[in-house]
Design a protein around this ligand. Structure first.
Ligand code: ADP
Ligand code: MG
Ligand code: MG
Length: 247
């Protein structure tokens, strides 16, 4: 599904990603772990199309299509969903309206008509039940005054509604208490299926107790220095990131 080959990217004169190779197939969950400053957020930003970063070499394709040619919106329409470490607040726009707009924009880009209101409502009902969401949040302004856990639950709801091919969760766990963490993990687990894929980026092993990855990659200084199965996350937790720095 997603194929990253020899990706080099950075900002002005500073190279941050120094030759990343990563292939994610449909149905898989991959985790990227690594010390602070190793390039985890840069990698997710570059995949999502954040124009702050310049790609100097390499390629990123989604189902064979060159993503680097596409704007962030176009990438979202192709099925990339990115969960942010710090979700934005949008006063005056309800979560429901925000999501309706996003869904219809995506449908339009793919050549479909707007989703009929009754189908939209049915979908909102189904997904909010699946995620055990309190529906009253849906009518509140997006993220305004939401607690950390509520913002994250809301993001997972957006992800559920948009049904992305590839969801990227960049440190979705930071600052969450254990209950909020479980909500996020349960949501992600309920949305996992054989046709989509998830990339979980995290500094801590903790989240991976709940979202069990098929593959774990360790990023250090802009390169994947080690890949393995879920046991690699435990090894990292045990040995610490200094171990990685000497690989
Ligand atoms: P991580 O998410 O693993 O903590 P980041 O991708 O945020 O790492 O950062 C990797 C490196 O790139 C760090 O040294 C960081 O300071 C630098 N960096 C990231 N984004 C920018 C930016 N917009 N401007 C300047 N330096 C940046
Ligand atoms: Mg960081
Ligand atoms: Mg980061």
């Amino acid at each position: 599904m997603l194929k990253i080959e020899n990706l080099h990217a950075g900002i002005e004169d500073k190279e941050i990603l120094k030759g990343i190779n990563l292939e994610i197939k449909a149905g898989e969950v991959h985790a990227i772990m690594g010390p602070n400053g190793s390039g985890k957020s840069t990698l997710s930003s570059v995949v999502a199309g954040n124009e702050t970063y310049e790609v100097s070499e390499g390629s990123i394709t989604l189902e064979g299509e060159d993503l680097l040619e596409l704007s962030p919106d176009e990438r979202a329409h192709k099925g990339i969903f990115m969960s942010f470490q710090y979700p934005v607040e949008i006063p005056g726009v309800s979560t429901t309206n925000f999501i309706k707009t996003a869904i219809n924009a995506k449908r339009k880009a793919l050549g479909f008509e707007d989703l009929p209101a009754k189908d939209m409502l049915k979908m909102i009902r189904e997904k909010s039940e699946l995620l055990e969401m309190d529906r009253k949040f849906l009518s509140r302004s997006l993220n305004e005054g939401f607690s950390g856990g509520e913002k994250k639950r809301n993001e997972i709801f957006q992800m559920a509604m948009l049904e992305p091919k590839l969801a990227i969760l960049d440190e979705t766990d930071s600052g969450l208490d254990i209950d909020a963490l479980k909500i996020v993990a349960n949501g992600v687990n309920k949305l996992r299926n054989k046709d989509n894929a998830v990339l979980v980026i995290t500094h801590y092993q903790r989240l991976l107790d709940y979202i069990v990855p098929d593959f774990v990659h360790v990023l250090h200084n802009g390169k994947i220095v080690k890949s393995g199965g879920k046991e690699l996350a435990y090894e990292l937790e045990e040995k610490g990131y200094d171990w990685v720095k000497n690989l």
